[in-house]
Design a binder for this molecule. Sequence first.
Ligand SMILES: Cc1cc2nc3c(=O)[nH]c(=O)nc-3n(C[C@H](O)[C@H](O)[C@H](O)COP(=O)(O)OP(=O)(O)OC[C@H]3O[C@@H](n4cnc5c(N)ncnc54)[C@H](O)[C@@H]3O)c2cc1C
Length: 372
Amino acid sequence: MHQRLLLIGGGHAQLSVLRALARARPPGLETILVTPSVWQIYSGMLPGWMAGHYAAEQCRIDLRPWCEKAQVHLVEDAVCALDAHQRCATTEGGRRLEYDLTSIDVGGVPKTTPLAAAGDRLLPIKPLERFVAAWPHVLERARSTPGFRLAVVGAGAAGVELALAAAHAFRIQGARAEVWLVAGSSGILPGHAPGVRQRAARQLQRAGVTVQLQRAAGHPQGVQLASGEIVQAHVVLAAPGTGAPSWLLASGLLLDTEGFILVDAYHRSVSHPDVFAAGDVCSREDAPLARSGVHAVRAGPVLARNLMAVLSGRPLTTYTPRRRSLYLLACGDRYAIVSWGRVSLEGRWAWRWKDWIDRRFIERFTGNGKSA
Ligand SMILES: Cc1cc2nc3c(=O)[nH]c(=O)nc-3n(C[C@H](O)[C@H](O)[C@H](O)COP(=O)(O)OP(=O)(O)OC[C@H]3O[C@@H](n4cnc5c(N)ncnc54)[C@H](O)[C@@H]3O)c2cc1C
């Protein structure tokens, strides 16, 4: 029987779907992957790239060989609307893509609305391709502009790593530039153990990063703190919380209160059984899941198995997250902090461990899909 599988977004979980299709394709299946870039950039290595430890090619996965091997038609475009009742997605380029089964892994969008007044100075961390293209220019400006200041807004794991990576990059490039980290009133690394937060605070201090524990709004000169103080910044690097893509609102899918796709333990939409979702774009109805790459990666094989199961009428499998997730936070200079539940550790060995894990992840998906 002819069936149409539409993969929306080439995110971390979707990589497992491509790999499963490359291994074994159900007969009569027509598959399309729609994603804005042929490259999937691995966010875990992005701070290391900024700090000069990796070349850009080492931190990204080329989706083309996988699509070729899996006989998936790759469409370089972005979905801007979904009609879950009609089973049809529309792209920015005006394509109408109908499906029998769809898998959504488009990640989230940074909540930059409160920072909009920063105008041209605003540099959101996502889309990652845009950030990667812009960062070398930021470095160049930092080198050539006396008194250059970068304000990083958002002090979750991404914001802390970005601030430390930027400070390291400026230092090794000889840029006499300042880095500020605007953390908001809940402080740095909310949700991590006190020991992790203390270690990160020490690393930020050692790197000369100025930390502000106040909410910030965008301002034409940089950012304005809750106290009214204006922090002049040439570039405002936005890594605030993750929001849901706005096009989901009119999709007809049941969403959570923040607009993320509500899924069950099989990562299947609770309202539309022909829609699956994984990664930052979804919320589990049965258990809160942190929006982190760890879950996007781990849910991937379950997502792949379940899509194949639906296509062949087999039973579905649940994704059971581990009770604690391991986070290895890069501190700029080949040094990392370990955060695992209440456990916190740090050292150069932790960086080597992170480097090994990250390279291994990339290697699984590089080399023309040979590892399939
Ligand atoms: C600097 C940084 C460091 C981080 N470090 C870590 C870490 O060490 N550990 C960790 O667990 N988490 C980390 N994170 C968080 C992690 O990046 C995310 O949780 C993870 O990327 C989510 O994966 P995903 O598959 O949901 O989405 P993504 O990885 O964002 O992939 C989504 C894909 O969908 C595509 N897409 C987007 N919109 C559309 C559309 N409309 N139509 C079609 N395709 C679309 C995108 O181009 C992209 O290819 C970090 C984040 C940042 C920014």
